[in-house]
Structures are given as structure tokens and as C-alpha cells.
Design a binder for this molecule. Sequence first.
Ligand SMILES: Cc1cc2nc3c(=O)[nH]c(=O)nc-3n(C[C@H](O)[C@H](O)[C@H](O)COP(=O)(O)O)c2cc1C
Length: 194
Amino acid sequence: MNHKKQVPLSRANRLINHGPVILVTCIDPSGNGSPGKANIITLAWNMVLSMSPPMVGIALGRGRYSHELIEKSREFVVNIPSIDLLEATWGCGRVSGRKEDKFARFKLTPLPARRVAVPLIAECSGHMECLVKEAVETGDHTLFVGEVVEALADPSLFSDHWVETERGIQTIHHLGGSLFLHQGKVVDVRHPNQ
Ligand SMILES: Cc1cc2nc3c(=O)[nH]c(=O)nc-3n(C[C@H](O)[C@H](O)[C@H](O)COP(=O)(O)O)c2cc1C
């Protein structure tokens, strides 16, 4: 009766991969938070961990430049992109801040945050400013546990929850590889018009 087919363990994460994809900003603390020293990383692996105090978790591969920055500065900002930022979301997950200023490359605007030195991304729909409380090693990633000390959202898109606008709900979700889910449809960022 059980018709389920084995999923390769290397693909098992994709069964629950598709929460909203986020853009996490972080800074090199030795750069005093100047925009040129800020970096952006695209992350599919993120989760809510606590209501009170509000806490979230992000899993970063240990080789990532952003991993190094968050480990040093102990702060990060979760920025939630809308479908308009699909290209930038893909791009920030394909190049490293070790080599490029991703704000400049993807035409994103850094905005001062309220409670942390890390900038927000102005073009995103919502933001959570976080202080790192714990870093847990998980296989080849580190789970950074952040306490949310400030949260902001565009009121036309979020009011108590993400709301349906004329253009639907705007969040994007990563299925794996170059495939994203938006409003129930699969979008291939490599072939956007198919
Ligand atoms: C859609 C998407 C989702 C990603 N999710 C994660 C993730 O959850 N964790 C992670 O460590 N890397 C993830 N990556 C890979 C990083 O974003 C990528 O390695 C990035 O270039 C690292 O940048 P950095 O070296 O500037 O930190 C993802 C990439 C894409 C395109």
C-alpha cells in the first residue's frame, strides 16, 4: 500500500526546503558598518525558533564569507524579498562577498537598521534585526540562533500576516537548484519565460 519512492538523502532537504527565501545582511565589524563592508547571502534554510523572546535560526555553510562575518560581529538582519527581487536573490546566492560588493552589483540599497550595525536592504518587504545568541554546529553548516530585537514590514504587504494584494502574496520560495515557487507556480530563474 505504501507507494512512496525513496528520495536520495542528498535531496531529502528539498522536502521542506520551501519556506520563504531570505536575504541575510551582515557586516565586517572591522569596517564599522560602512555599506561597502556589508554583505548579503541568499538563504533557503531558515526557521522560527521561539515566540517569547522571538528567535529565528539560519543555517550557513561553514565556508561562506557571511559565516565568517556573522561569527565575528554576532549580528545579522533577515530581509524578505518579493518576486521583484528574484534575479538579485539568485545572484546573491551565486557570488561571494569575498570577491564582490553585492549591494552595488545587484543595485540594492543599504538602509541603517534601528538596533544593529548591519544595514537593511531597502527593496525588501520586511526585516528582522537579530543578535546572535548561539551558534550550533550541524554537519557542514552552523545554525545561528538569533534573537529578533526589531521587526519592520511594508504595511501594504504585511498586516498581522502576509496579506493578499492585487498582485497576490509576494514571497518567493526555493524548491532547489534554479527552481522557485511563487503563488503556486514553479519559476525557473534560468528560464524565466517558460
Ligand atoms: C536560492 C538559494 C538558497 C540558498 N540557501 C542557502 C542556505 O540556506 N545556506 C547556505 O549556507 N547557503 C545557501 N545558499 C548559497 C549561498 O547563498 C551562496 O553560497 C553565497 O554565494 C554565499 O555568499 P558569501 O560567500 O558572500 O557569504 C543558497 C543559494 C541560493 C541561490
